[in-house]
Design a protein around this ligand. Structure first.
Ligand code: SAH
Length: 248
């Protein structure tokens, strides 16, 4: 079998933030598979077949990629950011685990990308400069009670936090509850960064003290970085710098 599956991260949006090895894998691909807006980021060229699918079909998409590789195709499964962060790499290995034994002999490679929280943190300064965690606020694949538990424990451990998928049209109430919980448990005015569409022409960054945060400040193109109790703001003309010192 000469087929292979590469699971590649396209980064947060800008072409300059696609790594050279991801670019090379895309140049050699016969097939690109992924969620519609991510596949749209890959340029058309003769000999490249694009398979764009809707959200929430990750396992079907993974099986499709493996089946094509089994036929000898060079398949690239694309995710935004990094493919291992709330994205396709896990789905691919779930499919391998449950699939035919021959899939274990395929060449499978995961190529990292710049994940949204790191692109956003770099824009703001160094808010994730000490210990931090990442939490997906979508309750599509886990119960809301677990999200609340993790938020509470992250505050107790005094992690800075990156909140992915903060607020969708289908579930606007989750982020309202998350902000209420953070305000009640943190009891301070630590900075929160709303970073939207980082590295794209629509990029917008806002730094807001926790008590003044409103749910409408986030949408599905926003990653929310919540400081720890030690995170500080350096005010200046223009956007402030936000950083978390390395010493606890
Ligand atoms: N694998 C991706 C995350 C997929 S989940 C990664 O590593 O970045 C989708 C969520 O990622 C969005 O709801 C948003 O919270 C965040 N996100 C992705 N791209 C972003 C960008 N350019 N700017 C801000 N947030 C982004």
């Amino acid at each position: 079998m000469t087929g292979r599956v590469v699971v590649a991260g396209l980064g947060p949006g800008a072409e300059a933030l696609v790594t050279p090895e991801v670019r090379a894998a895309l140049d050699q691909a016969t097939d690109v598979i992924g969620y519609i807006p991510y596949v749209a980021r890959v340029a058309d060229r003769p000999g490249l077949v694009k398979h764009a699918s809707d959200n929430r079909v990750e396992l079907d998409r993974a099986r499709h990629a493996l089946a094509l590789a089994g036929q000898g195709r060079r398949v690239v499964v694309v995710s935004s950011g990094d493919p291992g962060v709330f994205a396709m790499a896990s789905a691919l290995f779930e499919a391998v685990e449950a699939g035919p034994p021959a899939w274990r002999d395929l060449r499978i490679e995961v190529l990292p990308g710049i994940t949204a929280m790191l692109a956003a943190a770099a824009r703001a300064g160094a808010p994730l400069g000490h210990d931090f965690c990442a939490i997906n606020l979508s309750d599509n694949l886990k119960p809301w009670a677990l999200i609340e538990k993790r938020l509470r424990l992250a505050v107790e451990a005094d992690f800075a936090m990156a909140l992915y998928n903060p607020r969708s049209k289908a579930r606007p109430e989750g982020f309202v509850r998350a902000l209420d919980l953070l305000r009640e448990t943190c009891k301070d005015a630590r900075p929160v960064i709303f970073a939207r569409a980082v590295s794209t022409p629509e990029e917008a960054l806002r730094v807001v003290p926790l008590p003044e945060c409103r749910p409408e400040m986030a949408d599905m193109r926003t990653v929310v970085l919540v400081g720890s109790s030690r995170t500080r703001v350096i005010a200046r003309e223009g956007a402030p710098y936000v950083f978390t010192p390395r010493s606890a």
